[in-house]
Design a protein around this ligand. Structure first.
Ligand SMILES: *Cc1c(COP(=O)(O)O)cnc(C)c1O
Length: 461
């Protein structure tokens, strides 16, 4: 091994846990486009957003200029229960691949909810409590976000109402019960508890629901109840801000051993883990202090960056949320079944969308059978059973390490291992039985999604 003194796990002490989040937008010359009010097409103001989101989170959402934002001590105390997360050196994977590349991964699966989503859930629950609210509402698809939020709400004593996509509610009873164990109230969506749910049920009786429907129901449930606000686990700039703790810790761990990465890789659903992981490194790149390659990995079945359009779009199916400019497949695009539920969103963080459009980040799409092959290879070699979402990053990290093997380059590769896959065993079962197939939308499929994009002057570039 080239450098014996780099351990398998680089740990930071609790006192090295970041004291501030880093707001990448402050260093962007081209700022992400503002959220627009769907009725007036004017930028959303704090007053427009206040009925839906917590005050402090609205301030963070609209803040494009403050580079560092203090992490309140109550949030740091909770972070200390499962952070700092280790940065792992994949010595065994390097050996198995026979690559001269050095591979590191930041492991975010060390908490019961099993993913990085808790980093933002705890922040959002804290600000809701601080505002004196009774509770929060949200949607969940595969269930990771709902689980993380349930844990955070239990910690702060907040009521938590989760609208769970009906097919997942029925097919993922274990996730549902974890949420209920933490005290959340879980409703299958669409439901008859909201006007928008009743409308969708009347139009499409027997529908299994979608993330977009569940968002519309959760927003209605928050805005029609005294003392409730809506919270979202990805896509928004505030969520990426909270997730910067991933990148800040990664950078601190690498700096300890004078390691400079060449390539940083993450999976991209709504973009929060990837945005958080790359934030401090991208900041250096934007300030001209260093250069790195960044690769966003998405499923070939839901290719927002690699095949989407950069345009204003709705964030939800019910079209009640603000318009966001992002790489999107259209809010009406329904991705074919892909087992990485967390990567099935039609759009992408407006921050990452702008960086990608400016050529500062690359994107790649991968097919799910290849992703599960990489996941199993990784599990057998490194021991961790990865979430299907995370395995998209594994697949591309392995591809890059094999490219180094061919070229003889000793590149340093860092990727985000966002979570564990224990609740995704039916997907693994399908793969193990040889029953998994790849779904790639045709250009016609994508055209149908694009046809639903809102059209107004300036809606596209
Ligand atoms: C939700 C989720 C993702 C994708 O969300 P991002 O906002 O793109 O980070 C990735 N990995 C896991 C394990 C998830 O739960």
């Amino acid at each position: 091994m080239a450098n014996q003194n780099i351990p398998y796990k680089i740990y930071l002490s609790e006192s090295e846990l970041p004291r501030q989040w880093y707001n990448l937008r402050a260093d962007m010359k081209n700022k992400p486009a503002p959220l627009l009010n769907p009725e007036t097409l004017q930028p959303m103001t704090a007053a427009d957003l206040a009925p839906v989101f917590c005050e402090e989170l609205v301030a963070q959402e609209l803040d494009d200029t403050t580079p560092f934002i203090d992490i309140p001590s109550e949030i740091r105390d909770y972070y200390k229960m499962y952070r700092p997360a280790p940065l792992m050196r994949a010595y065994r994977l390097e050996q198995a691949l026979g690559t001269p590349a050095k591979i590191y991964y930041k492991f975010e699966g060390n908490n019961t909810s099993g993913s990085h989503k808790l980093n933002s859930a705890i922040a959002q629950a804290y600000y809701a409590k601080k505002q004196g609210l009774k509770g929060v509402t949200t949607e969940t698809g595969a269930g990771q976000w709902g689980t993380a939020l349930s844990m955070a709400c239990a910690y702060f004593g907040l009521d938590c109402k989760v609208y769970m996509v009906k097919v997942s509610y029925e097919q993922k009873p274990f996730r549902r019960e974890v949420m209920r164990t933490y005290g959340a109230d879980v409703t299958p969506s669409p439901s008859d508890t909201t006007a928008v749910g009743r409308k969708i049920l009347a139009e499409f009786p027997g529908t299994g629901g979608s993330l977009g429907c569940a968002i519309s129901e959760a927003v209605e449930a928050a805005t029609t109840r005294e003392g409730y606000r809506y919270v979202l686990g990805s896509v928004l700039s505030q969520v990426m801000l909270h997730q910067s703790v991933i990148g800040l810790e990664t950078k601190a761990a690498l700096d300890k051993y004078d390691i400079t990465p060449d390539i940083i890789i993450g999976c991209a659903g709504g973009g929060s883990n990837l945005g958080g992981l790359i934030a401090p490194f991208m900041g250096q790149k934007l300030r001209g202090e260093a250069d790195y390659r960044f690769i966003a990995v998405e499923p070939a079945s839901c290719p927002s960056l690699t095949r989407g359009k950069y345009a204003y779009d709705f964030c939800d199916t019910g079209m009640v949320c603000p318009l966001a400019k992002m790489y999107t497949l259209g809010s009406g695009f329904i991705p074919a079944p892909n087992h990485a539920g967390g990567l099935r969103y039609h759009g992408m963080s407006s921050v990452l969308s702008q960086l990608y459009d400016d050529g500062l980040m690359e994107a790649r799409s991968v097919e799910q059978t290849a992703v599960f092959a990489a996941a199993e290879q990784f599990a057998r070699i490194e021991g961790i059973l990865p979430a299907p979402e995370s395995s998209h990053a594994i697949k591309v990290a392995v591809d890059e390490a094999l490219a180094c093997k061919r070229s003889g380059e000793e590149k340093t590769i860092v990727f985000g291992l966002t979570g564990t896959g224990y609740f995704d065993m039916t997907a693994y079962e399908r793969y193990n039985n040889g029953e998994m197939s790849d779904y790639i939308p045709t250009d016609e499929d994508l055209a149908r999604g694009f046809a639903g994009l809102p059209q107004f002057p300036g809606s596209m570039n």
